[in-house]
Design a protein around this ligand. Structure first.
Ligand SMILES: Cc1cc2nc3c(=O)[nH]c(=O)nc-3n(C[C@H](O)[C@H](O)[C@H](O)COP(=O)(O)OP(=O)(O)OC[C@H]3O[C@@H](n4cnc5c(N)ncnc54)[C@H](O)[C@@H]3O)c2cc1C
Length: 309
């Protein structure tokens, strides 16, 4: 016999924890299913400076511990190490399965975020964890006083390059264009940092090394010249991809795989909502994930109480 709920939230990042908090305050019987531990992407972020209410900034970990404590204060049950495998619909009820349990629910909020995209170049798969990383906050200390490369030119790349510069000897930023996409304030800090060197109009073509990263092979996109950059670490920030396979055809996706929702964050299946980075949107931040979590919870609550049926 599967456990019965009114709402299931998939994912315990900023969007999911906010949705859970709102649902509990709304008196909706809810469980949050989290693949690992609650907190989401900000657990792997150094300092968060743009979440309102923290003028001095706050570590991503502390912020998310506060999110989780707040949701739990309203009684939200969080089931850790519960990766959702499938979501299916029979009549008006959803069945959600994790590795060791099955749940029955009237409504679902998908808030499972994104994963770092890979570069897809030779050497990458072979050397993950041996010099290739997608998380400077997690792995930066392994490269103390060494030279590393950061791939990318957006906010994540530059934020992480700046935090690496506090630890390592030198950070090369490899970017395929001749200017950054990152926010101006981050750019200014990065350009001022004596440990950072920018290699513009370059694209990585191979990561070389036997059992550890030894160098990054880059191509000048203007001249085609190939260069071998000796580095001990390569940190990759070339975008993020959604993993929505467990939803089958219950949702509509954009060409990149993000879930398409309406203004109330409903998907094409009544009772199924998407919130946070997993959905098609133009700004992926903690503040927008929080807004999404609140909106999806209120939409689901109305649906469960019959107002939207
Ligand atoms: C390096 C970096 C720096 C950043 N810096 C900032 C910043 O300074 N300020 C800012 O506002 N934003 C920042 N962001 C963006 C911010 O972290 C995200 O926009 C935000 O975390 C999105 O929240 P979310 O809840 O949608 O997803 P996530 O935070 O990604 O949470 C998703 C959760 O779902 C879980 N999950 C995934 N699949 C399943 C499954 N099948 N079953 C169960 N659980 C699952 C995951 O384990 C995870 O806990 C940064 C992101 C990165 C990567």
């Amino acid at each position: 016999m599967s456990e019965q709920y009114e709402a299931i939230v998939i994912g315990g990042g900023p969007a999911g924890l906010t949705a859970g908090l709102y649902l509990m305050r709304g008196g909706i019987k809810t469980v949050l299913l989290e693949k690992v531990l609650p907190g989401g992407a900000p657990l792997n972020t150094g300092r968060v400076e743009n979440y309102p209410g923290f003028p001095e900034g706050i570590s991503g970990r502390e912020l998310m511990e506060r999110f989780a404590a707040h949701a739990k204060a309203f009684g939200l049950p969080v089931r850790e190490f519960s990766e959702v495998q499938t979501v299916s619909l029979e009549g008006t009820r959803f069945t959600v399965t994790v590795n060791d349990a099955t749940f029955d629910t009237a409504g679902v909020i998908v808030a499972s975020g994104t994963e770092p995209a890979k570069m897809g170049i030779p050497g990458e798969n072979e050397l993950i964890g041996r010099g290739i990383s997608y998380c400077a906050t997690c792995d930066g200390m392994f490269f103390k006083d060494l030279e590393v490369a950061v791939i990318g030119g957006g906010d994540s790349a530059i934020e992480e390059a700046l935090s690496l510069a506090n630890i390592v000897k030198k950070v090369y930023v490899i970017h395929r264009r001749d200017s950054l996409r990152a926010q101006k304030i981050l750019q200014e800090r990065a350009f001022r940092n004596p440990k950072m060197e920018f290699l513009w109009n370059r694209r990585p073509v191979e990561i070389a090394g036997k059992s550890q990263v030894e160098s990054l092979v880059i191509e000048d996109t203007k001249t085609g010249r190939i260069e071998d950059l000796p580095v001990s670490g390569v940190f990759v920030y070339v975008g993020y991809r959604p993993d929505t396979g467990f939803l089958g055809d219950l949702v509509q996706r954009d060409p990149a795989g993000f879930i398409i929702t309406d203004e109330g964050l409903a998907t094409k299946t009544p009772g199924l909502y998407a919130a946070g980075d997993i959905r098609k949107k133009t700004l992926r931040q903690i503040s927008t994930a929080v807004g999404d979590g609140a909106q999806a919870a209120v939409s689901l609550e109305r649906y469960v109480l019959g107002a939207d049926r």
